[in-house]
Design a protein around this ligand. Structure first.
Ligand SMILES: NC(=O)c1ccc[n+]([C@@H]2O[C@H](COP(=O)([O-])OP(=O)(O)OC[C@H]3O[C@@H](n4cnc5c(N)ncnc54)[C@H](O)[C@@H]3O)[C@@H](O)[C@H]2O)c1
Length: 244
């Protein structure tokens, strides 16, 4: 049985990722800052409550998984936050920048480092796979949440760096770039996106779902694509296509 670690497990996308991995017979250890999971999950699931931005939480999470299952095969970095308040780039605060970067980028970076060091020690030639959830915001400017855009561009570089560094150990590192996905994160801006989608922003005229993202994560994490690394899949209804 493969063991998968998933951050942001209590959120929209993280929960769907846990579900698909469990359905496919994996053991999942999910981490989130939330007190508990929103609903029960079928299968071999363990919950760890922790703050991705804190070193002791990251270490505790990895230790729990290793104690219970002896090895980690898959890491899916899902946890992420938007700024608490959308603020223009010309008045963005350092506090908001640190809050977003510490979770989305620094937390993801150092958890990946911790897990990579554990995966390297795995027996066998298939040592593991890592999938990062970045965002279309990693290459799309939104001047009222610049810190989020910067944090997600950073996640894309984390993908490239670890893909390069870990290739020699047989560990693949890839990325899924979600577009507009219906979760708690986008609830507050639902009307804005409803209108944009209605008016033709996306070639595929609908919101994305957490399950759309989870399917792409599964394809990359399952070992089905062993010669693919440092790759990014846009799961965005075609948002990234330049159109005239
Ligand atoms: N929803 C979208 O449209 C969209 C688009 C692009 C990218 N994303 C990315 O997808 C990921 C998941 O977002 P979602 O849409 O499911 O939102 P969500 O808010 O439902 O889930 C995010 C989860 O991360 C958890 N979290 C926040 N801070 C944490 C911390 N310090 N430590 C541990 N867990 C923490 C939250 O408690 C929450 O459960 C995020 O990285 C987000 O940036 C989402």
């Amino acid at each position: 049985m493969k063991t998968a670690l998933v951050t942001g497990a209590a959120g929209g996308i993280g929960f769907a990722v846990c579900e698909i991995l469990l359905k496919n017979g994996m053991a999942v250890v999910g981490m989130d800052i939330a007190p508990e999971m929103p609903r029960a999950l079928p299968g071999e699931f363990t919950y760890y409550r922790g703050d991705l931005s804190k070193s002791e939480s990251r270490k505790g999470f990895v230790e729990l998984a290793l104690e219970k299952y002896k090895r980690i095969d898959i890491l899916v970095n899902v946890a992420g936050v938007a700024p608490k308040v959308r603020n223009d780039l010309l008045s963005m605060s350092e506090e908001s920048f640190d809050f977003v970067m510490n979770i989305n980028t620094k937390g993801t970076l150092f958890l990946t480092q911790e897990v990579a060091n554990a995966m390297i020690k795995n027996d066998g030639s298939e040592k593991g796979s890592i999938v990062n959830i970045s965002s279309m915001s990693g290459y799309t400017s939104s001047t009222n949440r610049g810190e989020y855009c910067i944090s997600k561009a950073g996640v894309s570089m984390i993908t490239a760096l670890f893909a390069d560094r870990l290739a020699e150990y047989g560990i693949t590192v890839n990325e899924v770039r979600p577009g507009i996905i219906a979760t708690a994160m986008t609830e507050k801006v639902k009307e804005k996106y409803d209108n944009l989608i209605e008016n033709g922003l996306l070639p595929i005229k609908r919101w994305g779902t957490p399950s759309d993202i989870a399917k792409a994560v599964y394809a990359l994490a399952s070992g089905a694509l062993p010669y693919v690394t440092g790759q990014s899949i846009d799961v965005d209804g075609g948002f990234h296509i330049r159109r005239l």
